[in-house]
Design a protein around this ligand. Structure first.
Ligand SMILES: *Cc1c(COP(=O)(O)O)cnc(C)c1O
Length: 250
């Protein structure tokens, strides 16, 4: 399977059908409707032609992890594929905030009040509607990973207090629209091992809803190629899938 080139339309259609069937099956197990889950096709490192292939196959949402790479691809594709939604799923450096605030339809990786404030200011200057964002949370407590440090989840304590105070500030920024939470849990071969981290993210979101309103923060961006079915069982509304759709990245 992995030796096929990502540029093959028939191969992509077959992979996408498998992923969509797995999404639907996981949704059914959880008593959810499959249409409540967005398949975000992660196209990082692949050429723009792969995004065209995905778009021709019915993909609407594409995920990139670098601002420059996404900008180059979007410039190539915007004219022919204006309906694509572009998501940033990689870390955002402060000096790229201005560019990111016009380039992306949803930024998954806001991990500080400072970054949020910069995006807010940058978005204000564009005269466009508030920028949709997600807050990235480090539920696995891994030093090398970005996001608010919350290995204890909703357990009361200074970590949760810090996070809640940050959210309180960010939700008041008028040119941002906080739509939920995102996480990248510790890698595990066995997808069941990631379940507790997905539960933790959902509980954090539900805790925020009791504080900020039950209609707030509809989205949970969680689940990748190796574990998206479990993430859906635990409430994911956006699954970020690269390898299972396009094969291994070189
Ligand atoms: C690369 C990446 C993905 C996709 O990973 P796959 O295992 O290829 O599905 C999802 N989320 C983030 C944040 C990524 O960087």
């Amino acid at each position: 399977m992995d030796k096929q080139l990502p540029g093959d339309a028939a191969d992509f259609a077959a992979r996408k059908a498998i992923v969509e069937a797995a999404i639907a099956a996981a949704a059914r197990r959880a008593g959810r409707t499959p249409t409540s889950i967005t398949l975000l096709a992660v196209t990082k490192t692949h050429p723009a032609s792969v995004i065209e292939l995905a778009a021709a196959g019915g993909i609407i949402d594409v995920g990139e992890n670098r601002v420059q790479e996404a900008a180059a691809k979007r410039e190539l594709l915007d004219a022919h594929h204006p309906a694509l939604h572009w998501h940033l799923i990689g870390p955002l450096q402060r000096n790229k905030a201005r560019k990111a605030a016009t380039l992306f339809d949803l930024i998954h990786t806001v991990d500080s009040v400072e970054l949020a404030a910069m995006l807010n200011g940058a978005r204000q200057a564009t005269a466009r509607p508030p920028l949709p964002i997600l807050l990235q949370v480090n539920v696995g407590g891994e030093q090398q990973k970005a996001g608010w440090w919350l290995p204890g989840g909703v357990h009361p304590g200074p970590d949760l207090d810090r996070f809640t105070a940050a959210v309180e500030t960010i939700v008041q920024l008028p040119f941002l629209n906080v739509q939920g939470l995102m996480t990248v849990p510790p890698f595990a071969d066995d997808m069941e091992a990631t379940r507790p981290f997905f539960v933790r993210l959902r509980e954090l979101r539900d805790d925020l809803r009791t504080r900020f309103g039950s209609s707030q923060m509809p989205h949970l961006s969680m689940g990748m190629s190796n574990d998206y079915p479990v993430a859906i069982e635990e409430g994911a509304t956006i699954v970020r899938v690269g390898t299972a759709l396009f094969g291994r990245r070189s």
